[in-house]
Design a protein around this ligand. Structure first.
Ligand code: GCB
Length: 606
């Protein structure tokens, strides 16, 4: 069912990795038809031969690196290239070129030949380039990257053209987006080449169950290349490297007595985030190929009852935040120092769960969450599905495809416990019924082990998509987008709302967003909107109602947002969205101290 696998590149005795990060050559195509790059075949020679280039770091968004407004606001084809070498002893191997993500539409060339295309940011793509490369000299990789959003992309967007040259310069157009974050473009994550034997481990799927103290590990290995007569050997190693189970088969079940289960760090402080390693060895009898891959995984279960979220059959209360991949200069570019800082601040806040609003984050981030015992609600880039044509068949097919890519990438990550297929679609439209029945049903069939949902900002009376979810996630902005400044309405309105959802659907409920814009350092007493005092008062009101229903059907709260982040320019956004508990530089506002006190007190009671 998975098609081709997308295992994260990992070194082993049979695999090698070379990193292609660094400074690449870069040019944007500002020609009037925005198509000069293809007409002049910029992919057929080094980029600096067809025109001027600037230096652009990879990984990074291209927008905020340079003091150049045209590049910052650019919409269209951007071109990257660089030289690379392939070790000559890779000649008889699979040579895979992999982009962990590039936003949005990619066409990749190696030595002037097109080797792959990919539709969508946030998810990896790769191709075997063995036949295109030179093993005895330099090679060139070129990427043509287009960040234009259309009604069929995820997230969707539209382009507005102005042709009245009395009022607009020639060629004027604007990208309109339906989401509240900056549409960063660029090569956002690592680019690598890696080698595997010609017959190789293409994919591994692990699902786990528990029975008493026994862990039940079901696995399936898919071979790629010329499988023919392949043999499989699987060993499970504990953290100390001891083999605790093994089988001679490509797909089977292994039982581990007295297993260490994967737990969030707030539910088990002695060994949170416990992961085993599955060592898979694949052999090809005729060619003598041998491939080894080591996959970390955790043993745990997740269940939604009518009123509880259970992890390993114990009730879990999610106290967390929403995040963004976002920071100064690099935009959405992967940065290890930033990842480490964010996890340190998540722990400082006492967060035990976050949602990857509003797209799948880098695998390095999810792997940290797995290792540190922080639960992930893994969200697709389905944000801003609000116009009628976003529900058409082309959009639906792309959404199904993206869910397939996302589940394929993240299915083995123990921290990922819930799939969210979308954020704030117009689920009050009748078209949302069949659309989400299909997207949610597809995701459930790809992965029957995890609950599936979407994030809703609609009213309880008239929602067409909520009937299909396993848990209800609602975003609420009482006393912000409505009754602005009036914190006295929050308890009444939120309570009324939660009780009505509960009565209608009898499912567990979370508030997946609540928040108020706050300028760090702005103070007013009594509290006033945009001041740190207001954010504190505002959140405290929500907490009363969360606590009222907590031991009943209310299973979690996620603040909007962990940190301030960049958005489009607009009259409601002062250099970005300021609803962070932390500034964009990850320093706390007063609300962060409030949340830290609240979340720390929840340990062991979750
Ligand atoms: C929302 C959206 C989020 C926005 C937030 C806001 O409901 O899901 O993307 O950034 O509200 O601050 O308006």
């Amino acid at each position: 069912i998975w098609g081709k696998g997308m295992l994260f590149p990992r070194d082993s005795e049979t695999r090698q990795i070379r990193n292609l990060d660094g400074m690449w050559n870069f040019r944007i195509d500002t020609s009037s038809n925005r198509n000069q790059g293809f007409e002049q075949k910029w992919f057929s020679s080094p980029l600096q031969q067809s025109g001027p280039v600037v230096t652009m770091p990879v990984p990074s968004s291209f927008n905020d690196v340079l003091a150049d407004k045209t590049i910052r606001d650019f919409v269209g084809w951007a071109w990257y290239d660089r030289e690379f070498f392939v070790p000559s002893d890779w000649m008889n191997k699979r040579v895979v070129l992999r982009f962990e993500s590039a936003h949005y539409y990619s066409i990749v060339y190696v030595n002037s030949q097109q080797v792959m295309t990919h539709n969508g940011g946030h998810l990896p793509f790769e191709a075997d380039i063995n036949q295109y490369v030179n093993f005895n000299g330099p090679n060139r990789v070129t990427l043509a990257l287009n960040n234009t959003l259309t009604p069929d992309t995820l997230p969707p967007g539209t382009v507005r053209y102005e042709t009245d040259t009395n009022r607009y310069p020639a060629g004027y157009f604007v990208q309109n987006v339906q989401m509240d974050f900056f549409n960063y473009g660029g090569i956002h994550r690592h680019v690598r080449i890696y080698s595997t034997p010609k017959t190789y481990i293409d994919d591994i799927t692990i699902t786990t169950d528990i029975q008493g103290t026994t862990g039940i590990v079901k696995y399936e290995v898919i071979a790629g290349g010329q499988p023919g007569f392949v043999t499989g050997e699987v060993a499970i190693l504990d953290k100390m490297g001891n083999v605790v189970g093994s089988k001679q088969s490509l797909s089977d079940t292994i039982q581990i007595a007295n297993a260490n289960f994967w737990w969030p760090y707030t539910m088990n402080t002695s060994s949170p985030g416990y992961q085993y390693t599955m060592k898979v060895t694949l052999g090809q009898a005729t060619t003598n190929d041998k491939d080894v891959y080591r996959l970390p995984f955790g043993i745990r279960t997740v269940t939604m009852t009518t009123h509880q979220w259970l992890i390993n059959n114990q009730p879990f209360y999610c106290h967390g935040v929403n995040k963004h991949e976002d920071a100064d200069i690099r935009g959405k570019g992967l940065d290890y120092a930033l990842i480490a800082r964010d996890f340190s601040m998540l722990k400082w806040l006492g967060v035990n769960c976050f949602r990857t609003s509003h797209y799948p984050y880098a695998e390095e981030i999810l792997d940290q969450a797995s290792e540190q015992g922080i639960v992930i609600i893994d969200e697709s880039p389905g944000v801003g599905i609000t116009e009628l044509d976003n529900f058409d068949n082309t959009s639906l097919l792309h959404h199904l495809e993206v869910m397939g890519e996302m589940v394929r990438r993240d299915k083995n990550k123990p921290a990922v416990l819930v799939w969210s297929v979308a954020n704030e679609p117009r689920s009050g439209l009748s078209a949302a019924g069949p659309y989400f029945q299909s997207v949610i049903g597809h995701t459930q069939s790809l992965d029957p082990t995890r609950p599936v949902t979407f994030v809703c900002n609609n009213d309880y009376e008239d929602d067409f998509a909520i009937p299909y979810v396993d848990i209800i996630l609602i975003n609420r902005y009482y006393a912000w987008y409505s009754d602005n400044g009036h914190t006295e309405v929050i308890q009444l309105q939120l309570d009324w709302d939660l009780i009505n959802w509960r009565k209608k659907y009898n499912k567990p409920i979370m508030v997946s967003e609540y928040g108020a814009d706050t300028i760090a350092g702005l103070h007013r007493e009594p509290s006033f909107v945009f001041s740190e005092e207001y954010q504190v008062d505002f959140m405290s009101e929500y907490h009363h109602i969360f606590d009222k229903h907590r031991n009943d059907f209310f299973v979690g709260e996620l603040v909007w947002n962990f940190a301030d982040f960049m958005t489009v320019q607009g009259i409601t956004r002062v250099n970005g969205n300021r609803k962070g508990l932390l500034s964009r530089q990850r320093e706390p506002k007063a609300s962060a101290h409030l949340l830290r006190k609240r979340y720390m007190a929840m340990f062991n009671s979750t």
